[in-house]
Design a protein around this ligand. Structure first.
Ligand SMILES: Cc1cc2nc3c(=O)[nH]c(=O)nc-3n(C[C@H](O)[C@H](O)[C@H](O)COP(=O)(O)OP(=O)(O)OC[C@H]3O[C@@H](n4cnc5c(N)ncnc54)[C@H](O)[C@@H]3O)c2cc1C
Ligand SMILES: *[C@@H]1O[C@H](CO)[C@@H](O)[C@H](O)[C@H]1NC(C)=O
Ligand SMILES: *[C@@H]1O[C@H](CO)[C@@H](O)[C@H](O)[C@H]1NC(C)=O
Ligand SMILES: *[C@@H]1O[C@H](CO)[C@@H](O)[C@H](O)[C@H]1NC(C)=O
Ligand SMILES: *[C@@H]1O[C@H](CO)[C@@H](O)[C@H](O)[C@H]1NC(C)=O
Length: 548
């Protein structure tokens, strides 16, 4: 695979300042967390049980359960946790399907597919839980080529494989966009990643207001501008931003550079070490929940949540129980407006309307080794690229037609569970292709694109990620006393990893306010009379919440 971000990574050799690759180690010392006596809980009303409800079992909700379990371990807290999800599976927007519904084949991600090395919670979880990472580029067998399609022609094509083609790609890029665009972009991404890494240190801010933390991190100007405004102001080649950077924002977020804020634009470009979990990313979230020992109610819709005036307890009405269940606190780990929960008369902080990108995902298998070249106005006999990204520049500049898809990517052969390529019933090799689009792609369209050689097809519509216009205002993290909202973070950055960070923050806030505790115990105060030992620098692989 060769996304622009990955391409950026491969061009990195040209630019010594490139610094995403952080050293990585595994060690984890979990032995010394002796439970202490339970702290006194606020309020003496025994009718309010020490129970927390989590609505949503995706990245956000499952990790919330995990963080609570970490705190229980460290503080010896006696807290019960119930996780609800209306789906019959754990993972939410992270889930897989089997080609041809054949479980002997290797599963394919239907939603969130990659995370990167600087995503320390997910990276760490994979190692802790004994899962296996698959390199996103493993299918780059040398024949893979990338093209940025504008609806009429290719703005750029690159070839994969050899040292020579790598070198040629760099020349092409520099020739088209200049030397400065890639290096300056890498510098901006590296700065963003550097700030982001601060969220894993023990000094990471804890926030009850996303605007404030954005401002503290120095991100207000990047969230307040569109990606193109921000890049233009940095003096970066305009065409680079509108073609190559836009290819990344369109494949990752279905939005153009003149619409999406620059922080998410930069995140779209940080793809170094792109990986997914063998068997499915959802396995991380299953492990989070299993480790947490929370009770899970799948296939269970939460219909209403109200607050008892007498006790302040939260009353959750779901399809799982005849009687509503009572909680001290509730964590909402799903996009607020999509939950359809009736909050009755509860006085909540207002959550602004949040439109999501309605994305059509089409997964298919084809025996056509590359898409129909004629469709792309290439000479017959020419091989079309197998990683097709898109730009809106053809519409902006020429008033041309918008590409009919956001991205169309070959993801290697249909494989068996053993990782070996399989042939179809006709004895032909097939490839897995993933297409993202704004509208439904008809069977006829697919037949044209793959020259009548389409095998299995699966369509799924997602409310994939928020529309991310420039903003400095974000939804509230705390909706009411005891009611917290993980997905308030999504209009800032929407990824699996950032949902685990948002949930860590919410759990810390909840524990502090409701249980006088936290995920990590505060480090003991040093007696100023004694020779204070020099503070030890945290190792590079330190991850707050895991290592404390
Ligand atoms: C096609 C696609 C590609 C993506 N690619 C990537 C990628 O490569 N990398 C990446 O990091 N991110 C990617 N994302 C974004 C990523 O999926 C999300 O940011 C992340 O998974 C959100 O996790 P979450 O737990 O906050 O929300 P969700 O995963 O949406 O979980 C919320 C859960 O709440 C449940 N729920 C809602 N209402 C109720 C109710 N009333 N009662 C009970 N349960 C309820 C839902 O069923 C759902 O399971 C992609 C998303 C899509 C759709
Ligand atoms: C968050 O902080 C900003 C200023 O930093 C303020 O304008 C806003 O009202 C605060 N929001 C909430 C929900 O407290
Ligand atoms: C989910 O619950 C509904 C009833 O609410 C039931 O009809 C359906 O079979 C259940 N599905 C699964 C997968 O458990
Ligand atoms: C390839 O695409 C062209 C143009 O869209 C179309 O006319 C042609 O039928 C396609 N070829 C096949 C074999 O489907
Ligand atoms: C909260 O916990 C700290 C120790 O972690 C303790 O010193 C303090 O007294 C507790 N406060 C309340 C109100 O229980």
């Amino acid at each position: 695979m060769r996304s622009p971000a990955l391409l950026l990574a491969t061009t990195a050799a040209l630019y010594p300042a490139y610094a995403f690759q952080l050293p990585f180690n595994i060690p984890f010392f979990g032995g010394s967390q002796t439970p202490l006596t339970a702290p006194q809980l606020p309020g003496t009303d025994t009718t309010v049980p020490n129970r927390i409800a989590i609505i949503g079992a995706g990245a956000g909700g499952s990790s919330a359960a995990f963080w609570i379990a970490k705190a229980k371990e460290r503080y010896g807290l006696d807290i019960e946790v119930d996780v609800y999800d209306k789906n019959a599976y754990i993972g939410g927007r992270s889930t897989t399907v089997f080609p041809y519904e054949d479980e002997s084949l290797e599963a394919v991600e239907l939603g969130a597919s990659i995370f990167v090395k600087v995503n320390k919670n997910l990276w760490r979880a994979v190692d802790e839980f004994g899962l296996e990472r698959v390199d996103f580029e493993r299918d780059d067998d040398g024949a893979d080529t990338m093209g940025i399609w504008d609806g009429h022609e290719f703005a750029l094509t690159t070839s994969g494989g050899s040292f020579f083609s790598d070198w040629l790609n760099k020349i092409k890029i520099i020739w088209r966009y200049g030397y400065k665009a890639p290096s300056k972009t890498q510098e901006l991404v590296a700065t963003m990643v550097g700030i982001f890494q601060g969220l894993y240190s023990s000094e990471s801010p804890r926030w009850s207001n996303i605007s404030s933390v954005v401002s503290d991190l120095g991100w207000s100007d990047v969230t307040a501008q569109t990606t193109s405004e921000y890049f233009d102001l940095q003096g970066i080649d305009r065409r680079w931003t509108r073609e190559l950077v836009e290819a990344a924002t369109r494949v990752n977020y279905g939005q153009n550079v003149d619409k999406i804020h620059a922080l998410e634009g930069l995140c779209s470009l940080a793809a170094s070490g792109a990986s997914s979990v063998k068997g499915g990313n959802f396995r991380i979230f299953e492990h989070f929940i299993a480790e947490s020992k929370a009770s899970v109610f799948l296939n269970t819709t939460v219909k209403a949540i109200s607050q008892s005036e007498a006790t302040g307890a939260w009353v959750v009405d779901s399809s799982a129980f005849k009687q509503p269940r009572v909680y001290r606190s509730v964590i909402l780990a799903a996009p607020f407006h999509q939950t359809n929960i009736d909050f009755k008369a509860a006085a909540l902080a207002p959550v602004p309307e949040q439109p999501y990108v309605h994305l059509h995902v089409t997964l298919l298998s084809t025996s056509s080794p590359s898409p129909n070249a004629t469709y792309f106005n290439l000479a017959p006999g020419t091989k079309a690229p197998t990683t097709l990204l898109t730009t809106y520049e053809g519409v902006r500049v020429r008033g041309g037609a918008e590409p009919e898809f956001n991205s169309l990517t070959y993801h290697g052969p249909v494989r068996g569970q053993d990782g070996e390529a399989r042939v179809n019933v006709f004895g032909d090799k097939e490839w897995i292709v993933k297409v993202f689009s704004k509208a439904r792609l008809s069977d006829e369209w697919l037949e044209t694109l793959f020259e009548g050689k389409v095998g299995w097809v699966l369509r799924k519509e997602w409310d994939a990620y928020p529309m991310l216009p420039p903003t400095i205002e974000f939804p509230p993290v705390k909706l009411a006393e005891g009611l917290y909202y993980v997905n308030a973070f999504e209009p800032l950055i929407s990824t699996m990893e950032t949902e685990t960070i948002a949930s860590r923050n919410v759990v810390d806030l909840l524990l502090q306010e409701q249980f006088n505790a936290s995920i990590c115990k505060p480090s003991p105060a040093v007696d100023p009379a004694e020779d204070a030992p020099a503070p030890k620098a945290e190792p590079a692989d330190f991850v707050v919440g895991w290592d404390c």
